[in-house]
Design a protein around this ligand. Structure first.
Ligand code: 4NP
Length: 156
């Protein structure tokens, strides 16, 4: 039975939040916690709705043992604040955009994902979309660290 639901949010839902979803889900599985947490991702923008993750991120994630092929982009909606207990934004702009659609009575905890990454100085997961392949691997480094911290903090 699921104990909580976690939503990862970036701008396009084709680079950062899908890999956060894939990495976090895989780590939950490895910890034997997959059936206790519902995991999803979304974008603040609608540009890529219905699309698979960016092929550069699929490749980088695949090299690190994460399968993102089953994911399709969707836009974050007001109802997400009802459905999810934790909503994790990749950067400050995503966080502020989410604040704008957040209902006043919302119970979901909204935070920057890297708040959960111990030993990491950066506060935002940088947008890799316009950069080279190295940027995609850096995103995965950050997402792995934050996923470990988030799993620990959920105390499942
Ligand atoms: P994401 O990256 O927010 O990590 O999915 C981006 C994807 C697409 C665009 C920007 C960022 N875009 O401008 O289309």
């Amino acid at each position: 039975m699921t104990k909580c639901a976690v939503l990862f949010v970036c701008l396009g839902n084709i680079c950062r939040s899908p890999v956060a979803q894939g990495v976090f889900a895989q780590k939950l599985g490895q910890a034997g916690l997959a059936d206790q947490v519902e995991v999803d991702s979304a974008g603040t923008a609608a540009w890529h709705v219905g699309k698979a993750p960016d092929s550069r991120m699929v490749q980088a994630a695949g090299e690190r043992g994460y399968d993102l092929s089953y994911l399709r982009a969707r836009q974050a909606v007001v109802e997400d604040f009802d459905k999810f207990d934790h909503i994790l934004a990749m950067d400050q702009e995503n966080y502020e955009d989410l604040c704008h659609i957040r209902p006043q009575e919302a119970q979901a905890k909204l935070a920057l994902f890297l708040d959960y990454a111990s030993g990491v100085e950066e506060t935002e997961v940088p947008d890799p979309y316009y950069g080279g392949q190295k940027g995609f691997h850096h995103v995965i480094d950050l997402v792995e660290a934050a996923s470990d911290g988030l799993i620990e903090s959920l105390k499942l």
